[in-house]
Design a protein around this ligand. Structure first.
Ligand code: SAH
Ligand code: SF4
Ligand code: F3S
Length: 451
C-alpha cells in the first residue's frame, strides 16, 4: 500500500455548511487511506487542514485569527516533520487562491472546492519541496463522492446529490465559490445509499444547495421525487434532505411528506424574507404568498411536519415595513427553528453594490425583535410533544450532562434522557430508543427511555 503519510497525524478544522463537513469527511478518508492518523487537536497535528466558509464576514475573518495564532504552537514531540504543515481549503481557498499566501505567508497549501483529490499530492509537495503549494480549479472534473469517506458517525451519512448552485441570490457568494449546479447520476446515488444501509447506517441526509432542482442538468427536468422514492426503497430508516429552495419545491415532493415511510416530518425551507419587494431584490423568484401556500400544502400533506427556515435581517434598503412583513410571516407560520442572520456584504455579489444606509443599531434591534418571536414559537412548538413517546436516534452523551443521552426526534428536535442503568451513552449511540417526553424547553425536549 502507498502510505506517504505513515506516522503523520492530521487534524481537519471545519467551518460552514454540511457540504464542507462532508468534504472534510472525504479528506479524512483519503488521508487515512494513505497512512495518516486523524487527531482532534492542533497541538497533536503534524498536518492541519482548515475547511473554510465565506458565506458571511464573521466566518471569513475567523480563519485569519486562527491561522495567525498557530505560530505559537510548537510541533508535537515525535513528529516526523520539522514544521507543522498548514493547508487551507474550502470556500475561502476557492475564492482567494494565491492571495491567501500573501496575507498568511506561513501557509503551505491552498486548495479549492473543486480539487479535494489533489490535496494529498499538494501536502506531499509541501513536505518534500517546501514553498507555497497552491492549486485552485474552475470546475471539478469528477464528483467528490468518488473519493473514500471517513464518516463522523457510523450510523448517519451525508450524501451529496448535487454540487454547486445556479440560483445567484443577490446576497450570496456560494455560486461563485462552488460553481454551477451539477447533479450526480441517480444510479450512483442509490448504490452509495445501499452500501450505507448495508453497513448499518440509520439516517441518510441528502445534500445540495437546492436539492429540489436535482436532475435538471442531467435529465432535462428535476427528478428529486424519484430520488426520494428510490432511497426509501433501500430500507434506510430515516431520510432527510437540505436545502430546499421554495421556488422549486414540487407538489410531488410535498405529497411524499405524508406518504414515504422513511421521510422524516421535518423540512428546512429558507424564506429569507417576508417582504415581496426584498424577495425580488434578493432574486429569490417567489412571493411571500407562494411561500405561504407551500406551507399550507405541506401541513395538509403532513399535519405534524416541523418547519425550519433561514431569515436575513438588514438586506440593503430594508425598511421597517419590509421587516414587519418578515416578522409577520415568521409569527404566522410558527417555525420549530429559525436560523437568523444579519445581512453581511460579500464582495462580488450584486447586493454588494446596492444602496445600504440603514444604521447598524436599527438592524440589530430588528434582529433582536425577530429572535424574540422565533424563540417564543420554538418553545410553544416543543410544548406540543409533552407526554408523547418519541423514537429518538441516539447520538451520544449530552453536552449539558454526561449522564444524559442526546439524540434526535423525527422532527429533528434535540432530545435528552437519563442513561439507563448498566449502559453508557456510547453503547446506545446509533440506536433508536423510545423516550416519553416530560420536559419541553426552547432548544430541547427531555424525558425517560421507555420500552
Ligand atoms: N443553499 C442554501 C444555503 C445557503 S447559505 C439555501 O439556499 O438555503 C445558508 C444561509 O446563509 C442562507 O439561507 C442565507 O440565509 C444565509 N446567507 C447567505 N448569504 C448571506 C449573506 N451575505 N449575509 C447574511 N446571510 C447570508
Ligand atoms: Fe446561495 Fe441562493 Fe444558491 Fe442558496 S440558493 S446557495 S442562498 S445562491
Ligand atoms: Fe460556507 Fe461554502 Fe457552505 S461559503 S455555507 S462552506 S458552500
Amino acid at each position: 500500500m502507498h502510505t506517504p503519510f505513515m506516522n503523520m497525524t492530521f487534524c481537519v478544522r471545519t467551518f460552514g455548511c454540511q457540504m464542507n463537513k462532508h468534504d472534510s469527511e472525504r479528506i479524512a478518508g483519503m488521508l487515512e487511506g494513505l497512512g495518516g492518523l486523524m487527531v482532534d487537536t492542533v497541538e497533536e497535528a503534524d498536518i492541519l487542514i482548515y475547511m473554510t466558509c465565506c458565506v458571511r464576514e464573521a466566518a471569513d475573518t475567523r480563519l485569519y485569527g486562527q491561522v495567525a495564532s498557530l505560530k505559537n504552537i510548537p510541533v508535537r514531540s515525535g513528529s516526523p516533520l520539522s514544521k507543522r504543515i498548514v493547508a487551507v481549503g474550502g470556500c475561502i481557498g476557492q475564492r482567494d487562491g494565491d492571495e491567501l499566501t500573501k496575507k498568511l505567508p506561513h501557509l503551505d497549501v491552498v486548495f479549492g472546492t473543486h480539487n479535494l483529490a489533489s490535496l494529498p499530492h499538494l501536502l506531499q509537495a509541501a513536505i518534500e519541496e517546501g514553498g507555497h503549494q497552491v492549486e485552485v480549479l474552475d470546475a471539478s472534473s469528477s464528483f467528490p463522492t468518488e473519493l473514500p469517506t471517513s464518516r463522523e458517525h457510523s450510523w448517519a451519512a451525508w450524501l451529496p446529490i448535487t454540487i454547486g448552485c445556479n440560483n445567484f441570490c443577490t446576497y450570496c457568494i456560494v455560486p461563485y465559490v462552488r460553481g454551477r449546479e451539477k447533479s450526480r447520476p441517480i444510479e450512483d446515488i442509490v448504490v452509495e445509499a445501499e452500501r450505507y444501509v448495508a453497513a448499518g447506517v440509520k439516517e441518510i441526509t441528502l445534500l445540495g444547495q437546492n436539492v429540489n432542482s436535482y436532475g435538471r442538468d442531467l435529465y432535462g427536468s428535476p427528478r428529486f421525487a424519484q430520488i426520494l422514492k428510490a432511497l426509501d426503497e433501500t430500507g434506510v430508516e430515516r431520510l432527510r434532505f437540505a436545502t430546499s429552495h421554495p421556488k422549486d419545491l414540487s407538489d410531488e415532493v410535498i405529497a411524499q411528506f405524508g406518504s414515504l415511510r422513511s421521510l422524516m416530518p421535518a423540512l428546512h425551507l429558507p424564506a429569507q424574507s417576508g417582504s415581496d419587494r426584498i424577495l425580488q431584490l434578493m432574486n429569490r423568484r417567489y412571493t411571500s404568498a407562494h411561500y405561504r401556500q407551500l406551507v399550507s400544502k405541506l401541513r395538509d400533506a403532513c399535519p405534524d411536519i416541523a418547519l425550519s427556515t433561514d431569515i436575513i435581517v438588514g438586506f440593503p434598503g430594508e425598511t421597517e415595513k419590509d421587516f414587519m412583513d418578515t416578522a409577520r410571516l415568521v409569527d404566522e407560520i410558527g417555525y420549530h427553528q429559525v436560523f437568523t442572520f444579519i445581512y453581511s456584504k460579500r464582495e462580488g455579489t450584486p447586493a454588494a453594490s446596492m444602496e445600504d444606509n440603514t444604521p447598524h443599531e436599527v438592524i440589530q434591534k430588528r434582529f433582536d425583535r425577530l429572535v424574540d418571536i422565533v424563540q417564543a414559537h420554538a418553545f410553544e412548538k416543543n410544548q406540543l410533544d409533552l407526554g408523547a413517546t418519541i423514537p429518538v436516534l441516539v447520538e451520544g452523551s449530552s453536552k449539558r450532562d454526561e449522564l444524559l443521552i442526546a439524540g434526535k426526534s423525527p422532527k429533528n428536535q434535540t432530545v435528552h434522557a437519563p442513561v439507563p442503568a448498566g449502559k453508557t451513552p456510547e453503547q446506545l449511540a446509533g440506536s433508536i430508543v423510545n423516550v416519553r417526553i416530560n420536559e419541553a424547553k426552547t432548544w430541547y425536549l427531555a424525558g425517560d427511555i421507555v420500552e
